[in-house]
Design a protein around this ligand. Structure first.
Ligand SMILES: [Zn+2]
Length: 235
């Protein structure tokens, strides 16, 4: 190879090296971040879950860096869209109070207002107003004597069943003991005999509320639940 050719090759090599270095520097340079002045976010519509496939919550994706965000302002970055689980057919859950008390270490004569359903779609809650503040609330208390969960008429007790978005209640069966005439009653509706399966109405499909009715003239009725069976399905 001639001397001039060698010089040309050397010069070309040097140029390639310099250009390569420059490119590397340019890539790492934060000044070149395409999103330095903010992301160009594009909304991706929520996709409902079906019985065929899972869906996802709406999210926003940057058209330049492709980062994903759960909000339109691009403040909360997420790795992937929040999944909406695939909808399954009717689900029936049976809760025996003795088993629930055992599994959750319920203590005797102690109030439990949030029932441990162990299910992501179903919530069961107890509520009421103490007859006198100093008495405290008796509704929602668990008693070892009878292994049951109690609800009191004179505390305007409520027992509420709720299912999450995408689901609806189908039926509720509550096995209970009547005390002092206390009977399970749909709020502003009919009484329900112990262990009768109550089919919820259209209006009650996401939330169904019961209280303690009275079969006689007593004012201190209560009902004592030993088992709850709930069926819900995809809305
Ligand atoms: Zn971006």
């Amino acid at each position: 190879m001639k001397k001039t050719a060698k010089i040309v090759v050397a010069l070309l090599l040097a140029m390639v090296m310099v250009l390569t270095m420059f490119a590397a520097v340019a890539c790492d340079n934060p000044e070149e971040d395409p999103c330095k002045d903010g992301h160009r976010l594009k909304a991706v519509q929520r996709k409902e879950a079906t019985t065929e496939a899972a869906g996802y919550e709406a999210y926003w994706e940057c058209q330049d860096c492709h980062k994903k965000f759960s909000d339109a302002e691009g403040k909360n970055e997420i790795q992937k869209p929040v999944e909406l689980p695939q909808i399954t057919g009717p689900t029936t859950l049976t809760y025996n109070i003795a088993t629930i008390a055992d599994d959750n270490e319920w203590a005797n004569s102690t109030g439990y207002l949030e029932f441990p359903t162990g299910d992501t779609h179903l919530t069961i809650t107890a509520a009421g107003t103490p007859v006198k503040a100093e008495y405290g609330l008796n509704t929602g208390k668990y008693y070892e004597n009878g292994e049951n969960w109690r609800f009191y008429q004179n505390e305007n007790c409520t027992l509420t069943f709720t299912v999450g978005t995408g689901y609806k209640l189908v039926s509720i069966k509550i096995t209970y003991v009547v005390k002092n005439g206390g009977i399970l009653q749909v709020v502003d509706g009919n009484t329900v005999e112990s262990a009768a399966t109550y089919e919820v109405t259209t209006a009650q499909q996401t939330t169904c509320v019961f209280t303690c009715g009275q079969t006689g003239t007593a004012s201190n009725g209560n009902f004592q639940i030993s088992e709850i069976v709930v069926t819900y399905t995809a809305a």
